[in-house]
Design a binder for this molecule. Structure first.
Ligand SMILES: [Zn+2]
Length: 296
């Protein structure tokens, strides 16, 4: 009997058994990987496919497999455009004169923007290559949250982390570390992809194999299990919000071509239509991204 690692329920089932994405698009595992879901808290997970996941994230190999490069310029090119979305998730009014950390910050595409208003900025990033770049830029830099505890236990005002918690082996420990670093009244904002329920409904295992299930994402969370682990680790003020990142043209491209990267663009797909699509996905809790808001 397989036990849920988040809620302890014994009611878990295998929802998929096949090849999954390994790194960037179009690369797959050589063996079938079983994917499990807890029927109680709804978390989806698979067993780690790497021998040493921590070492893997510290290596250049990880970014190269994911993005084709571990160079800073390439990182900025890919990630600078995400900053506006991140500021929409967090708002711009929580950072001024505060002690702020970003967990899994890469080479700091987001932190570069926060640095202008914050009192102090802490960069937490396991990749040595990226950490060296952050050091050079003058950030307080740590590999892991635990390394920052000596200096920053109960000292941080705001902690952000985007597209990271789904990669860590122990998400409860991840939330616990955040709790220890935050001061009373401090806030954490954590974003992670959902299981993109509309895409799964429309495309089933085509979408699951080609995009959703990946060796690097050990977990796919839901509203229920994110709230559960946040409360288990001591947070009493817990909220979530959904955001749809991909436009309606992307969904149409998938239906048309049964694969990623062929978004339909046509004059009927106006900004208005796209905004309606995104707001409906978010309102109905069917969006592709979920953000957890925690206050200590
Ligand atoms: Zn569970």
């Amino acid at each position: 009997m397989r036990k849920c690692k988040l809620c302890g329920s014994q009611h878990c089932r295998t929802i998929y058994q096949g090849l999954i994405r390994n790194g960037g698009l179009g690369r797959y595992t050589t063996n079938n990987v079983p994917i499990y879901q807890c029927e109680e808290c709804k978390v989806i997970w698979h067993d780690n496919q790497f021998d040493n996941v921590q070492q893997y994230y510290e290596s250049k190999e990880y970014r190269e497999e994911l993005e084709g490069s571990s160079e800073a310029d390439k990182f900025y090119e890919l990630h600078d455009k995400e900053t506006l979305d991140k500021l929409i998730y967090t708002g711009t009014d929580i950072y001024r004169n505060k002690v702020v950390a970003d967990i899994g910050c890469g080479c700091g595409a987001f932190l570069d923007f926060l640095k202008g208003v914050s009192k102090e900025v802490i960069a937490v990033e396991p990749s040595e290559t990226y950490r060296a770049i952050m050091d050079k830029k003058g950030f307080q830099t740590y590999g892991y949250m635990l390394d920052a505890l000596d200096k920053y236990e109960k000292q941080m005002d705001v902690i952000t982390s985007f597209d990271v918690i789904e990669h860590v082996e122990d998400p409860k420990g991840f939330i616990k570390d955040i709790y220890m670093l935050l001061k009373e009244g401090g806030k954490a904002i954590i974003g992670t992809p959902t299981d993109a329920p509309i895409m799964r409904k429309l495309l089933g295992d085509i979408y699951e194999k080609k995009l959703l299930f990946s060796t690097q994402h050990l977990w796919i969370f839901s509203e229920k299990n994110l709230k559960l682990i946040a409360e288990q680790e001591g947070f009493s003020k817990v909220n979530i919000k959904y955001f749809q990142r991909y436009g309606i043209g992307n969904m149409m491209g998938w239906i048309k071509d049964k694969g990623p990267g062929t978004a339909v663009s046509d004059e009927f797909i106006t900004e208005t239509l796209d905004n309606v699509w995104k707001s409906q996905c978010s309102e109905k809790g069917l969006a592709d991204y979920i953000v957890l808001y925690l206050e200590k």
